[in-house]
Write a protein that binds this ligand. Structure first.
Ligand code: MOS
Length: 728
């Protein structure tokens, strides 16, 4: 159990190495399991020979699909991904066999000795090649895994009314979530035939249900314990934690010993989900006076070999694809496309950063075409209260976009731009607006359950399935319980998350912890308060403080509550209806310096203004915005996971894959707006993800402002800028 006092100092704890992560908790008698993964991006498996591997000293077992007691499927939405490949591999991440050994080194040696005979097939590694008729089919039914549409108004009429029509294509690369801790889990077989799995697990109930199916157990016989998480950023939101948990679980069940599965860095990069690479065609029509008339957008997201949560990522992309603008006529088609790249999936922002890069670059470019100020053009077209989004959702609450944009332009000195630094260095200014649907919306019905329990020691325990991975959300839950019960925060304890003991509050994703969990905790705490007050009255202790009464009764009193959001009526096939119940709005501004000879971009200032509805804890809100802006700026300038011609990832480590360091970031200015949402008692809006959408387009716009060239693909590297400067 973690006390809020500890959680409050969590960042310091992490700096001093205090949290104990899964790899350090593995029992000393545990065996280790390592996966044999495909050598080819696309091949038939002709033969697997494990005999040599079994002779390696220390190797105990080599497991293949034939050893799976349950179902050989490890997929969230579409049953397209086997847990262990049998006859075919579709990307280099595909596991074919598992080597179980006394120690990790022996397991590695065993992996080397497993002989797999392949018949290589033609691989397709580019999303636009994968949709061609002559492309090899990666799954039955072709390579288009999903096609979603949005249709609003009269698209040809809208373009006919336009004075200027601007068409461009934008591309974004694969971004690696780069958690500091790699995926890890260990399993302990239980006497009753069940199993306990401890791991770096973001969504314990999802992992429990997925792993139970693979292991042929009832979910109730699988206890998932979430250990400290050393970061996730969405990479641990979908299927990678199932894999390590099921691999450890299978090894434990077959050997009868505790078993651990811990990914090395390169294995982690190859095997977990990453941001979808994208190709977005954007066509926008506007009147001479700067009103947007029509937007026609085609979106292609590379899901890699399997769908994972890609259909949901695509849905978020298509809903937000027009940017936060009031446009009467919209036609959008979004395609999720199979390739032989390793699988993409959930990653902070969930499809929205790609869409925002295209939309917010394009709007800026339109301003230049019209000879208008980019801020003025945005102000003219932003969504306001009463306007309808691309999917026809009428915004019936105050929309704070204008306020955010005004503050951001003031903060970066938009009206007193000074482009001159030196003859070689030009300064540039850029802005981008952000909007991000809260919680699940069209992705599914959203429900969270929470429990609060008094203890004989005079404490209150909060139980949810929401894990803490650095956002401070657990502290938020504790604070909400303390405020509702009117007891000191240090009397609230946030229970360790394990599926046997906490209610199912849904996943720790979609930035929903405080929105969904916070409201569920509040409802449960209100019930508890009322019950305790009734008990006090009945026992003649009316007027006693709740805290004194909790200590006095000396027993466990528990209340549970469910918080549920109304269901959205969005129809993904038609692309129409209410997609999200509320949005987070914000604006990002950057000042950059570009070296005109080398093309090197240096960030001088980054500003984020975000409307969080209500800040439960300002320090954590600021940290989330700073972190997301940093990860977003790195998406703009540095990060790109590169797949080579053989479908291998060429930079699966932090020497070759550039994550930002303190040296890459200037100080970040954060302004918090609080336009409370009327949807929930707490009034909060989500904030963990939205700011990541802003920096990349703001930087692209600032580069254009500084040196007059437009970069249409991320990351915005020095090479690309120099190439464009030479042309101009
Ligand atoms: Mo997140 S990308 O919803 O874990």
């Amino acid at each position: 159990m973690l006390s809020p006092a500890r959680l409050r100092h969590r960042y310091h704890d992490a700096v001093f190495g205090k949290p104990i992560y899964t790899a350090d908790l593995v029992p000393s008698d545990a065996v280790y399991v390592k996966a044999v993964r495909s050598r080819y991006p696309h091949a038939l498996i002709k033969r697997v020979d494990i005999s040599k591997a079994l002779k390696v000293e220390g190797v105990l077992r080599v497991l293949t699909a034939a050893d799976i007691p349950g179902v050989n499927i490890a997929s969230t939405l579409i049953p397209d991904r086997p847990f262990l490949a049998t006859d075919r591999v579709r990307c280099i991440a595909d596991p074919i066999a598992l080597v179980v050994a006394d120690d990790p080194l022996s397991a590695d040696q065993g992996v080397e000795e497993v002989v797999v005979e392949y018949e290589p097939l033609k691989a397709v590694l580019d999303v636009m090649e994968a949709i061609r008729d002559d492309a090899p089919s990666i799954h039955e039914g072709g390579n288009i895994c999903r096609h979603y549409k949005v249709r609003k108004g009269d698209i040809s009429g809208g373009f006919a009314e336009s004075d200027i029509i601007l068409e461009r294509t934008y591309r974004t690369p694969i971004q690696e979530p780069a958690p500091i801790e790699t995926e890890a889990a260990y399993a302990i077989p239980k006497a009753d035939g069940g199993i306990e799995i401890v791991g770096s697990i973001q969504n314990p109930f999802y992992v429990r249900n997925g792993v139970a199916k693979i292991l042929g157990l009832q979910p109730e016989n699988v206890n998932i314990v979430a250990a400290a998480l050393g970061g996730t950023f969405g990479g641990k939101s979908d299927e990678a934690p199932w894999d390590v948990s099921a691999m450890a679980g299978l090894a434990a069940l077959t050997t009868g010993r505790p078993a651990a599965c811990i990914y090395d860095r390169d294995e982690s990069v190859i095997a977990h989900s990453r941001r979808h690479a994208s190709h977005i065609r954007y066509r926008l029509g506007a009147s001479r006076d700067g009103r947007f008339k029509a937007a026609e957008i085609e979106i292609f997201y590379d899901t890699g070999a399997y769908a994972s949560v890609g259909p949901l990522v695509l849905m978020r992309a298509i809903v937000h694809a027009t940017g936060p603008y009031d446009i009467e006529n919209v036609k959008t088609d979004a395609y999720l496309v199979y390739t032989n790249n390793p699988t993409a999936g959930s990653f902070r922002g969930f499809g929205n950063p790609q869409a925002h890069f295209a939309a917010e670059s394009h709007v800026d470019l339109m301003a230049r075409e019209l000879g208008m100020d980019p801020v003025e053009l945005r102000m003219k077209n932003i969504l306001r209260r009463g306007a309808s989004t691309a999917t026809g959702e009428v915004l019936d609450e105050e929309v704070s976009l204008g306020h955010a944009l005004q503050l951001v332009t003031e903060k970066i000195g938009w009206d007193r731009k000074d482009h001159h630094v030196s003859p070689e260095i030009k300064r540039g200014y850029g802005v981008a607006l952000v909007y991000h649907g809260n919680s699940l919306g069209p992705e599914g019905e959203d429900i969270a359950e929470a429990e609060v329990v008094t203890t004989p020691t005079g404490h209150v325990i909060v139980k949810t399935s929401l894990t803490e991975y650095g956002t401070g959300s657990s502290y938020g839950l504790a604070k909400i319980a303390a405020e509702t019960l009117n007891i000191p925060e240090d009397r609230v304890i946030v229970e360790r998350v394990e599926t046997h003991t906490v209610p199912n509050s849904g996943g720790t994703f979609a930035s929903r912890s405080t929105l969904m969990g916070g409201n569920a905790v509040r409802l449960a705490a209100e019930k508890l308060k009322k019950r305790l007050e009734d008990m006090a009255r009945e026992s003649g202790r009316e007027g006693i403080s709740l805290l004194d009464f909790i200590s006095e009764i000396g027993e466990e009193i528990s209340e549970r509550a469910v918080f549920k959001l109304p269901v959205c009526d969005y129809d993904p096939e038609k692309g129409y209806g209410r997609a999200y119940l509320q949005y987070t709005y914000g604006a990002v501004g950057v000042i950059i310096q570009v070296d005109v000879q080398t093309g090197v971009v240096r960030l001088e200032k980054v500003v984020g203004v975000f409307d969080v509805g209500r800040a439960i804890n300002r320090q954590f809100v600021v940290s989330q915005i700073e972190g997301a802006l940093t990860q977003g700026a790195a998406y703009g300038l540095l990060e790109e996971l590169i797949t080579g011609k053989m479908g291998k990832i060429l930079n699966p480590n932090f020497a070759d894959y550039l994550v930002p360091t303190a040296a890459d970031m200037p100080s970040v200015d954060v302004v918090i707006l609080e336009y409370p949402s009327s949807l929930t008692p707490l009034g909060t809006r989500t904030i963990g993800e939205p700011p990541i959408c802003g920096p990349a387009p703001a930087i692209a716009n600032a580069v254009h402002d500084a040196v007059g060239v437009r970069i249409y693909s991320l990351p915005i590297t020095a090479e690309k800028i120099v190439k464009e400067l030479k042309k101009s």
